[in-house]
Design a binder for this molecule. Structure first.
Ligand SMILES: Cc1cc2nc3c(=O)[nH]c(=O)nc-3n(C[C@H](O)[C@H](O)[C@H](O)COP(=O)(O)O)c2cc1C
Length: 203
């Protein structure tokens, strides 16, 4: 087993990457990472997740175009001033070249309901929490496999259901952009919370 100090050192190396090169991913490794994600706990073991793995150039371009249209509307009309200020330090743009340049997009879907009998749909439990945990497992596994990633969340995100041919009971949680960092990719300087700020012990 990896000593915990080593695991921490590796975890601290993960950063969100927004500039990717075109080197392909190894699909066998991606599959193993998805199997690790699927070991996540879920409310009443509903496993309310589905993953679409996109490496087709045409599909990536289709997704990029749809996302940029949503982004344009978001920045023009929907974003609040506070949100705009919070995003300033990240220097985000409407154009999302990483969606067509990165070798692999994983669209993570959450299943809001399931069919317990034909035609009878009931809500799943703790869907956001469960899919969030599975996504965390996936990110950590991909990081351990040596991949760079971006957790990308266009808002609204509903259009991805149809674009990925998924049923109406599913809504995308995010697009996980997966690949390798481009040489010289710039990272914003971020100040992480100190350990003492984020933990209380009751011993
Ligand atoms: C739920 C979630 C949504 C995010 N959405 C976006 C996004 O739409 N675009 C983007 O460039 N980064 C997005 N990020 C990345 C964050 O900006 C990033 O994780 C944060 O700035 C911390 O940086 P780090 O991951 O390098 O530690 C998102 C992260 C999370 C967890």
């Amino acid at each position: 087993m990896m000593p915990m100090e080593e695991a921490l050192t590796l975890a601290k190396k993960r950063r969100t990457i927004r500039n990717f090169d075109r080197k392909p991913v190894n699909l066998d490794e991606i599959k193993t990472c998805l199997e690790i994600a699927a070991t996540a706990p879920s409310g009443a073991d509903m496993q309310p997740w589905h993953f679409c793995i996109i490496t087709s150039e045409a599909k990536k371009i289709e997704i990029r175009q749809a996302c940029e249209q949503v982004e344009r509307e978001f920045y023009d009309r929907r974003i609040s001033e506070v949100w705009r200020q919070d995003l300033k330090k990240l220097n985000l743009q409407v154009e999302k070249p990483f969606l067509s340049e990165a070798p692999c997009l994983i669209v993570i879907f959450k299943q809001l309901t399931h069919e317990d009998q034909p035609g009878h749909w009931i809500p799943n439990y703790y869907v956001n929490e469960s899919v969030g945990i599975a996504t965390g497992f996936l990110i950590q596994a991909l990081h351990q496999a040596g991949y760079a990633m971006l957790t990308y969340t266009p808002a609204p995100i509903h259009f991805l259901t149809k674009l990925c041919g998924r049923p109406d009971n599913e809504i995308a949680e995010m697009i996980l952009v997966v690949g390798h960092a481009r040489k010289g990719a710039q990272l914003p300087e971020l100040e992480k919370k100190k350990f003492e700020e984020l933990v209380d012990f009751f011993e």
